[in-house]
Ligand binder design. Structure first.
Ligand code: ZN
Length: 441
């Protein structure tokens, strides 16, 4: 017959001590517990702090009564737990003392305004913030509502995000916009601006809208020393962000993001294709129209087309592009791409100047002349890429992360929610700080 193993002497066998051990909270006594038919556990506790002193006069307080506060705690053995904390109500015995009475506080159990226990709050913050789980999912595990979890994630999350050590000096700052939410019946678009350390690939912050005021204010708030440490700035071809740098960081060398420059040229080429389509056939592109059939090949990088593909494209163009406008725009787009093959910035400078002069010729279609004017306006930031080789790539990938968070959250209505959730996920907070953070409440 197998015998039960001998119980090690270090094991707690006193039922009260075992309860305290299972509950795992500091300095508490378990008063009792119930398991409800729906499997939820209700656990009643009190602290062992049977004495308190008045914070004003130091007199030993007298017990006035009890107040029971129900808190959502971590699940135990797969069941949601509500922790009923029997809090002592204290009174100062000194008649002249202004303090009167108070309720006991122990932040190791829970902050006084949060509905989650301290440890459940930190766990929820980690699950939502680091692991990207939804608030609904975490609320279901804890057996509580969305707001209870969300309020807690915001409280701990904001403390992590706004921790002064989350980021230090930044040498290359990137600005980029992305769509935050569409609201109302007319689906009005609301944008946010992302500020990114493009060297380290860290999302620094998000500010509302894509105007210049908020990013400028954010940059000024960093202080003079921080601003002086920024040497370069990347941006899409946006006049607004250019003015942010010009006004808030005038010493910074601007780099026009390569991806955005090429994409701009591809957009102009597409505009040209649609215009010629309309002028020659009088309608928008249909499946068998030559210019419609060729649209993908046009936007591809030329070197990705083999000889056959290239011949086919030029053949179709001869049929659908009698004036040669689309072909000219294609040539211009490819010329800008070639500009990025040039090794050094002085060569790139000569190359871009030739393009600017050439594209200004009145014989070119309007789209090509427009491309030339863009090159002229952004000449320096385009050439700067050849010296600094930085791009908004990290900004773009940050934005993709932000979009992922947005999908998980089914579209955020509140900018504060969105900022905290996105920065917890992509802003590289120091998660090792989470156990020690103190939050208001
Ligand atoms: Zn007192």
């Amino acid at each position: 017959m197998p015998q039960p193993r001998k119980i090690p002497s270090s094991l707690k066998t006193d039922p009260v001590k075992v309860n305290e051990l299972l509950v795992g909270l500091p300095d508490i006594t378990v008063l009792g517990g119930i398991r409800h038919p729906d499997d939820a556990v209700e656990l009643h506790i009190q602290t062992n702090a049977a004495v308190d002193g008045c914070i004003s006069c130091g007199s030993v307080a007298t017990l006035k009564g009890w107040r029971v506060v129900a808190l959502v705690d971590l699940p135990t053995f797969g069941s949601p737990v509500s922790l009923h904390w029997h809090k002592r109500r204290w009174r100062c015995p000194e008649a002249t003392c202004p303090v009167g009475s108070w309720t006991e506080v122990d932040e190791r159990i829970a902050g006084s305004r949060l509905k989650l226990t301290d440890r459940a709050g930190r766990w929820a913050t980690f699950e939502v913030g680091k692991n990207g789980r939804t608030v609904n999912e975490v609320a279901a595990v804890l057996g509580c509502d969305w707001h209870t979890v969300n309020d807690t994630v915001l409280a701990f999350g904001e403390a992590l995000i706004d921790h002064p050590d989350r980021f230090g000096a930044v040498s290359a700052l990137g600005l980029d916009e992305h769509l935050f939410v569409k609201t109302g019946q007319r689906r009005i678009q609301h944008f946010v601006t992302a500020l990114v350390d493009v060297k380290r690939g860290q999302l620094l912050d998000l500010v509302p809208d894509r105007k210049s005021e908020e990013p400028k204010r954010w940059i000024k708030q960093r202080g003079e020393e921080w601003c002086a440490g920024v040497h370069s700035g990347t941006l899409d071809l946006s006049a607004t962000y250019r003015s942010v740098f010009d006004e808030a960081l005038p010493h910074v060398r601007l780099v026009a993001d390569k991806f955005h420059v090429v994409r701009h040229m591809t957009t102009k080429l597409d505009e040209c294709r649609r215009r010629v389509q309309n002028e020659t056939l009088g309608h928008r592109g249909r499946k068998n129209d030559p210019l419609f059939r060729v649209r993908r090949r046009l936007s591809m990088a030329a070197e990705r087309l083999d000889n056959e593909g290239r011949d086919k494209m030029l053949g179709i163009l001869r049929a659908g592009d009698p004036q040669g406008d689309v072909q000219a725009a294609w040539w211009a787009k490819e010329a800008v791409r070639e500009l990025y093959e040039v090794d050094d910035s002085s060569l790139a400078g000569r190359f871009i100047d030739e393009l600017i002069t050439d594209m200004a010729d009145r014989d070119w279609p309007v789209e090509v002349r427009s491309m030339g004017r863009t090159l002229a306006r952004w000449r320096e930031p385009i050439i700067a890429w050849h010296d600094l080789r930085i791009s908004n790539g990290p900004t773009e990938s940050m934005n993709n992360l932000a979009k992922r968070i947005k999908r998980v959250g089914f579209g955020f209505r509140s900018f504060r929610n969105y900022r905290i959730r996105t920065l917890l996920y992509a802003g590289k907070p120091d998660w090792s700080l989470l156990p020690t953070l103190r939050v208001a409440g």
